[in-house]
Design a protein around this ligand. Structure first.
Ligand SMILES: NC(=O)c1ccc[n+]([C@@H]2O[C@H](COP(=O)([O-])OP(=O)(O)OC[C@H]3O[C@@H](n4cnc5c(N)ncnc54)[C@H](OP(=O)(O)O)[C@@H]3O)[C@@H](O)[C@H]2O)c1
Length: 273
């Protein structure tokens, strides 16, 4: 990756997190990244913060790039890609984080059969704890996936899936942080109700979620095993489990993932129209 030049078109929140990850992890030298967006002030900030090169001219950014990252909002995607038509070549890899925009739509709008890898990252990428799924388009091969994986691995975990799974990924890890914020918020309120000062309850609740997730990832144990290991007969955890089960905690979270997946698929269809 070291000698790759990366053009980032739509250098906003998500792309900013990825630029930060790539620079901090020294995936590529900062000067090998060209960030593009319309706001010159925002570009000056990116330049100051990360030492990347910047431009307000998307076509100029793309001209010398090995990798073109597309990160504008999905509603802007068509226009921005049509403006880039003719500027992107078959020897360039396009990596898109634009939700709901298919690799076929990207090839069509750019009017070139270049390799495209679509990614669905999530906001914990901002703190190097992202969960990203990547999927290869029709013209992308293993080497293209490997380059995309390196980009997202600089800000967290990466999984490769077929493109058809990306709506489900949106429902699981893309939107997932929101479900967990609600869980944390509710746990804080539970602690406050039982007399713990809110600021301390907030730290304890967030660290508990963080620690439990870390145990799942680091031990590789099934969460049900970890749950059973700390459930003492006649103890506190089993009393809570009984209540949580009878109120449908697991079913409601499953339903949440299904609802977000279905909505993602509806929105993709609207974007395709
Ligand atoms: N945030 C998430 O959790 C998340 C997760 C997965 C995927 N995504 C995807 O990431 C993409 C970006 O989301 P975001 O939250 O980072 O949005 P964002 O902060 O609004 O970033 C989009 C950027 O695009 C720039 N832009 C708009 N028009 C442009 C143009 N014509 N040429 C160049 N740049 C242009 C905007 O800057 P200017 O106004 O200065 O041009 C803006 O900074 C979306 O497609 C979203 O689906 C986000």
């Amino acid at each position: 990756m070291k000698n790759q030049t990366i053009a980032v078109v739509g250098a906003g929140h998500m792309a900013g997190a990825l630029i930060g990850g790539m620079v901090r992890s020294k995936l590529v030298p900062a000067r090998s990244i060209v960030a593009a967006r319309r706001s010159a002030d925002a570009l000056a900030e990116l330049q100051k913060k990360w030492g990347v090169r910047t431009t307000t001219d998307n076509r100029k950014a793309v001209a010398e790039a090995d990798i073109v990252m597309l990160a504008v909002k999905p509603q802007m995607a068509k226009k921005v890609m049509e403006d880039l038509a003719g500027a992107v070549r078959t020897d360039q890899l396009v990596i898109s984080v634009m939700a709901g925009v298919t690799t076929a739509a990207i090839n069509k709008a750019l009017r070139v059969d270049c390799p495209v890898v679509r990614a669905m990252p999530n906001t914990p990428c901002l703190v190097d704890a992202g969960a990203t799924a990547i999927a290869a388009g029709a013209h992308a091969g293993d080497k293209d996936l490997a380059r995309a994986e390196a980009v997202f691995a600089s800000v967290g975990l990466v999984a490769t899936l077929p493109e058809s799974a990306l709506d489900a990924v949106t429902g699981l890890s893309g939107s997932g942080p929101v479900y967990i914020y609600m869980v944390i918020e509710a746990m804080i309120d539970g602690g406050v109700k039982m007399g713990i000062p809110r600021a301390i309850a907030a730290k304890l609740a967030a660290q508990t979620v963080y620690g439990a997730a870390k145990l799942v990832l680091e031990t590789g144990k099934h969460p049900a095993i970890l749950k059973d290991e700390v459930t003492t007969p006649g103890g506190t955890a089993i009393s809570a489990i009984h209540v949580l089960e009878s109120r449908g905690l697991r079913s409601v979270l499953i339903d949440g993932v299904v609802a977000a997946t279905n909505r993602s698929s509806e929105l993709s269809k609207l974007l395709a129209e």
